[in-house]
Write a protein that binds this ligand. Sequence first.
Ligand code: TNX
Length: 526
Amino acid sequence: MALPSVVPAPASIEADGSAPFALTSGTPIVAAAEIADATEALQSLIETRTGLRLDTREPADSAADARAIVLEIAGDGAAESYRLDVTEASVIVSGTDAAGLFYGVQTLGQLVEPAPGSWQIPAVRIVDAPRFAYRGVMLDVARHFHDVATVKAYIDRTSALKFNHLHLHLTDDQGWRLQLDSRPLLTEKASATSVGGDPGGFYTQDDYREIIDYAGARHMTVVPEIDLPGHTHAVSLAYPELSEEPVLSDHIREIVRDYGGELPVNGVPYDGMAVGFSSLKIRDEATYEFLADVLGEVARLTPGPYLHIGGDEALGTSAEDYDYFIGRVSRLAASLGKTPVAWHEAGTATDLEPTTVGQFWGYVEPIDGMDAKARGFTAVGSDQGKLILSPADAIYLDMKFDADSPLGLTWARGVTTARRAYEWDPAEVVDGVADEQILGVEAPLWTETARTLADIDALAFPRAAAAAEAAWSPAAGASELRTWESFAARVGALAPLWTSQGIGFTPLDGIPWAVEVAADADRGDA
Ligand code: TNX
């Protein structure tokens, strides 16, 4: 008997084929007032999927709670864990904590299915907890600016897949996207454009707080990135005195030849796609005064524990200068009360702040010493999780899903199929790193080619679901659900839910996308 479809695959799921729970307009949600967030999340999920607006009430005695959906926080299981019991008589979602309850609600939303003339939830028992504590998505709002509404939509979509961190790539050569009181010139002078001459934009501090609050209500922590010391051409528009002249390597000239655009000139907005030409002045104290202001203010604005300092592709910076800079700036971030995060190149820095978390963006099978750099973070000590895995040839959501689409890039071993996004294991990428040293998994979406929410959807879905499974689900081999065939069937079953939510996923080949027949659909407004 086929198990109901849940993505990411839960730690355990059992179904005995007994009668489903009938979901009707009269089904109440029973929940205490303190967990109104979860109640509202479920109400809106069910309304979007079915058109039914369920009433809610406070718990009474158990007899009165029959035929209800009961939400509760109970038990002392692992953080973010939940249980879901569905029988013909009732639905009980029990979270260990508020996040666990939220995830139980998301799972329940995936289970709702049409029944003749109405809706139902198949009988099932799920006991679920995450494999990794850090489950992230990254959105690049620098190459193309994406407004608050788009970011919120991405939070909705990804929190539903049990991602719990939103990494915002706030600055890059093409734009500075966060307004800072200490350095107002950054957004005044360096936020107006995006790649390809598209319009830019920036977040006011109120916008940024709004994003943080919205994410927090969906159990996502915002991780801000100020990419340093390269990827800083935008700074030259506001503070030319802090910027080195662009380093025009053959690589930069090639990108300009292949993708068009101009060569970068300090003080002039750059809207091309080349990387690695810019750098702050490494041996100038004014740079560190600037960074004390910028990182200090970002740290104060951000309630979460992490501050991402970039560190990637500083191709114009000598190894010695890079080392010096990363050592000093990782320590600055820590002195501001944050755990620094940096791309894996920073693992070579001898004076790296020991608490720094490394983000590996090499390949599933590392080449050119990418893995040695990543081991730099685990070598500097302690037993805590130190590595975030973002293998580019698997879960860079900005890689093309299809050679013919104008969306996406191909540098990470060409087209990334859903199957390639799925078939890898976080523990097997970097040799010599123990499971406990892996903090988690993050799927980045760079936006050189992604201008709109529709573009983001088309690139991210369904492959974000594959990343969610790497981050949340048991390892392949530890669960019979962790095969490509099972994933394809389960993610295909989400099509009607995603469609109801307005997610413009790409119906990639090899996945049996479910279609609901119209005859079953006249139940919403009953
Ligand atoms: C590499 S991955 C980058 C980004 C680009 C991306 C495009 C990383 C740390 N840097 O600057 O946007 O490739 O896929």
